[in-house]
Design a protein around this ligand. Sequence first.
Ligand code: BMA
Length: 377
Amino acid sequence: MVNRAFLSWFLYLLVTLPGAAQTWRELPADKHASTRTLALYRNLKTSSARGILFGHQDDLAYGVGWKYQPGRSDIRDVTGDYPAVYGWELGRLELDHPVNLDSVPFDRMREFIREAYRRGGVITISWHLNNPLTGKTAWDPAPGTVASVLPGGASHDRYCSWLDRVAAFLHSLRGDHGEPIPVIFRPFHECNGSWFWWGGKNCGADEFIRLYRFTESYLRDQKQVHNLLYAYNTDRFGSREEYLERYPGDEWVDVIGFDIYQRGTDTARFRADLDHSLGILEALAAEKNKLPALTEFGYGGVPDSTWWTGTLLKAIAPHHIAYALAWRNAGSRPDGSSEFYVPYKGQASAADFVLFSRNSRMLFQRAATGMALYRDP
Ligand code: BMA
């Protein structure tokens, strides 16, 4: 009897231990990631079974018709809850400017990040850095820029000094006990498009990969920044091969994602494209053991009053992705045009967004708080 009990216990251990050890050993690209960064990484690996964390860029800083009103958020105005993921942007930090390219002061951004982290929200950061060769914007595709940034290139030292500033900001993100706040860092986004100096036909795939790897090892190994999960992300793409063309490698990446916007009224086409790309992304994530995410999306001005439940939800809900981040509600511009991607109170798609937010697959702040994403699983 004893022997049989022992045998079945032994067999049980044999079957379950490798799996448990696997989960325990699983580390992100930064093998020295801080405790909470590691916890976030591991929790996001399983959270997609429950649902998709909904995110919004610059959510706490401004919305349509308002700026810097403490506690305010267009998403909260409409649904009663904050998003679960908060996107922020570092462009111009490299120049030591006090405000980013969208006029958000970095001091305020740090406080917004602390506020969201305190309630269990997830932080992701993008970086529309200027062109280090010409000093113009991220959208200046001067030939040879990436080569000039790599070690030995004419802009290399300048680029390193920019990374020093980014590292200092990332180091300054601290919780109430001085612990580093985990961040999903998403540099060189939309890298298969040719609108940024680091993308598409403006550099070779090998150069791009060297740029990504150099940046990551500089921040991590040189500057000892250990609160980052690294995201690789393209713009919309058609095939697995296209997606992977500039992929820096499994050991360099934690989150894989892509950006996609609906332009024009062909909703069926958008939904089909999104569904198709998500299918490829999901398969890659399973194969490579990465976190899949819709790193940016939107339908500018959301003119379709049922877009959230009629189009977006139908495309994303069947997929297992960690999060989906809507782009910023910039509001009106001096020229009379406006830019926003989530509804504000009274906007045409607001009622539908409420329905969308109540779908059991969609997770907002209250759900994220309950999931304790920074606690060791
Ligand atoms: C773009 C637009 C711009 C903005 C930039 C960086 O997609 O929203 O207005 O400056 O992102 O955030």
